[in-house]
Design a protein around this ligand. Structure first.
Ligand code: CAA
Length: 377
């Protein structure tokens, strides 16, 4: 089964599949080993416009629906979840501006992405993970500027982002209502990157600390109004979580495809092991879970496209898709037997890649709070 998409998206899907088969799928094995960010692959993806899929049509984007984009994103995730995460995290980094920025800011960030740039969203701090409102980064107004000081961590695209959307405290006394959102451009004095994470999975994506030391930015880089930063961050995550569900679904789909291919080939007791009902049912259970996750992603994105509330649906999509990605990847390893545990076969990587989707952009525990709040309220 697949997303129901437009003819335009179907054509693009064929191109992206070809691109991923030729440029990403096999290459991912190598950068999974080295942990290096494969710039040459992203350069080719930029050339094709694949890093700018989420740019809205009114700012020069190709104007696909979100469900169309999900089909494309899933294809990229099937090739390599790190590759899809880089592109999706760039969409995340752009969202605060699209949600609350002014026209000039929107045009600026969309142009950067259309010209091959990347974005990053800088919310998390060493002491402020799930408790996202407890960050210590400050922004002090100084005439026509704000001066930022603080350290963000676990920032996807941190080292190669061309701009960052950053939360910082403008009024310490006001708690969550003292947090504001800022646009900080690459090259601003006082902006640097720190500790690089050597991750368990999605190793084709980049994750590091982003540091602000007397980082002076124009006051016009405030996104929305002072004190609205936490709300903007929550609205940003509401949207972004569905995309993480989409990428996780892609990991699960790849795991199932690998399990089917292997169990058709592998013979024991004189027949391919897929002929055993134990494997047949395993595959059927995988498909049931994957299709359910995909439908949740599509449902949340359709509500977004229609301008309907989607916060809970997005949390469900991310939570469910990441949980089943772990289950399906684990069952795929089981179908491979001992070979599944070997780095020579593709499925152990999928389990390593899947794990982070239960953690970032809101742990699945926090997302259960979000879902609970929505139905209890
Ligand atoms: N939309 C709009 N407003 C929202 C909102 C939403 N989804 N959620 C909360 N708010 C508003 C509330 O209405 C409230 O405003 P008022 O006071 O005006 O009523 C305000 O925000 C505070 O809300 P809460 O009291 O619910 O806030 P909280 O401190 O209890 O936190 C939380 C809520 C859901 C736990 C939140 O902190 C959260 O989402 N934590 C997880 C953080 C997270 O997802 N981090 C991921 C980082 S990004 C990432 O992973 C980066 C990467 O590079 C991959």
């Amino acid at each position: 089964m697949a997303y129901i998409i437009s003819d335009e998206a179907k054509d693009l899907l064929k191109d992206i599949k070809k691109f991923c088969d030729n440029e990403v799928r096999e290459q991912a094995k190598e950068y999974d080993k080295t942990g290096e960010w494969p710039k040459e692959i992203y350069d080719k993806a930029i050339e094709q416009g694949y890093t700018a899929l989420e740019v809205p049509e009114e700012y020069g984007g190709i104007g696909l629906s979100r469900v169309d984009i999900a089909a494309l994103m899933e294809e990229m995730a099937k090739a390599d979840a790190g590759f899809a995460t880089t592109i999706s995290a760039s969409g995340l980094g752009m969202k605060p501006v699209l949600i609350a920025g002014n026209e000039e800011q929107k045009k600026k960030v969309c142009d950067i992405i259309l010209n091959g740039g990347f974005a990053a969203f800088a919310l998390t701090e060493p002491g402020a993970g799930s408790d996202a409102g407890s960050g210590k980064t400050t922004a002090v107004k100084d005439g026509d500027y704000y001066v930022l000081n603080g350290r963000k961590c676990f920032i996807t695209n941190g080292e190669m982002a061309d701009f960052y959307c950053v939360t910082a405290m403008t009024d310490k006394e006001a708690g969550l209502k003292g947090i504001s959102m800022f646009l900080v451009e690459k090259g601003t004095p006082g902006l640097s990157t720190g500790h690089h994470e050597d991750k368990m999975g999605i190793r084709g994506s980049n994750t590091c600390d982003v540091v602000f030391e007397d980082c002076k930015i124009p006051a016009s880089n405030l996104i929305g109004q002072e004190g609205k930063g936490f709300k903007i961050a929550m609205q940003t995550l509401d949207q972004a979580r569905t995309w993480m569900g989409c990428v996780a679904t892609g990991i699960a789909q790849r795991a199932m495809e690998e399990a089917i291919a292997y169990t058709k080939e592998r013979k024991q007791f004189g027949k391919p092991i897929i002929k055993n009902q134990a494997i047949h049912f395993k595959i059927a259970d995988m498909e049931i879970k994957i299709e359910t996750a995909r439908q949740m992603v599509a449902h949340a994105l359709t509500k977004m496209d229609m301008g309907l509330p989607f916060s809970m649906e997005s949390a469900i999509a991310k939570c469910y898709a990441s949980d089943i990605a772990m289950q399906v990847a684990s069952e795929a390893i089981q179908s491979f037997g001992g070979y599944g545990y070997s780095r020579e076969y593709p499925v152990e990587k999928l389990l390593r890649d899947a794990k982070i989707f239960q953690i970032f952009e809101g742990t699945n525990e926090i997302l259960r709070i979000v879902v609970g709040n929505n139905i209890i309220a």
